[in-house]
Design a protein around this ligand. Structure first.
Ligand SMILES: C[S@@+](CC[C@H](N)C(=O)[O-])C[C@H]1O[C@@H](n2cnc3c(N)ncnc32)[C@H](O)[C@@H]1O
Length: 200
């Protein structure tokens, strides 16, 4: 099955966890992945990135292109069908079947002590405030003072109070929150938040 069809099938099966009808475009993926280090400290391959909600792996592919040899790329996905699809289609990806709300425990289980970047495709608009805060706390602990976190939102969503509240929550959680230019080559058009330095 093609990636788009697999994605749409997953959306029809579980609309409340997918939150989108089509995978992200390569253009949006490139902005999300812009924080992925292309080399480890001193040029070594000692890099770990974590992707949350990889879906069919559209963004995973863009991340993988940037990563240096020997880097770890873990992808945490809740939907078992997406997990099976990713394990079949992207054997190089370390697919973790789990909930982003338990990110810290999942990373510990997989022996991860340091994370350079969290790239996130989670459907924030479908989460209540408590879930958003819980997941952002897990992400903050994972990236610490040196890492970066990116996530995206759809442009049309900004007409809704919930999306504006989420932006305020991000600004309350991180000292630095940058908003990218709109990525028009995505269905629907979207933009990326680039966040660093969690507030203590
Ligand atoms: C909008 S799709 C994004 C897929 C992909 N990153 C992209 O941009 O094309 C959201 C994905 O997040 C997953 N997801 C939703 N809630 C999750 C959670 N609590 N933990 C991990 N994955 C979750 C869904 O199963 C789905 O695959």
């Amino acid at each position: 099955m093609s990636e788009t069809r697999e994605f749409l099938t997953a959306f029809l099966r579980r609309p409340t966890t997918m939150g989108a009808v089509a995978p992200s475009s390569a253009r949006l993926g490139a902005v999300l992945a812009s924080v992925v280090p292309t080399a480890g400290p001193g040029g070594r391959g000692n890099v770990t990135v974590v992707e949350l909600g990889p879906g069919t792996g559209a963004v995973s592919a863009v991340i993988a292109e940037r990563l240096p040899a020997g880097a770890r790329h873990l992808a945490v996905e809740l939907d078992p069908a997406m997990v099976a699809y990713l394990r079949r289609s992207r054997p190089d990806l370390e697919v973790v079947h789990g909930d982003a709300r338990q990110l810290g425990a999942l990373l510990a289980e997989h022996g991860v002590e340091h994370v350079d970047a969290v790239i996130c495709g989670l459907p924030w608009a479908l989460f209540d405030d408590t879930t958003q805060t819980e997941i952002l706390a897990e992400i903050s602990r994972a990236i610490g003072t040196t890492g970066a976190f990116t996530t995206f939102a759809y442009l049309h969503g900004m007409a809704l109070g919930a999306a504006r509240r989420f932006r305020a929550t991000l600004r309350g959680t991180f000292q630095e929150v940058l908003v990218s230019a709109t990525v028009w080559r995505n269905v629907p058009p979207a933009f990326v938040y680039v966040c660093r330095r969690p507030r203590t």
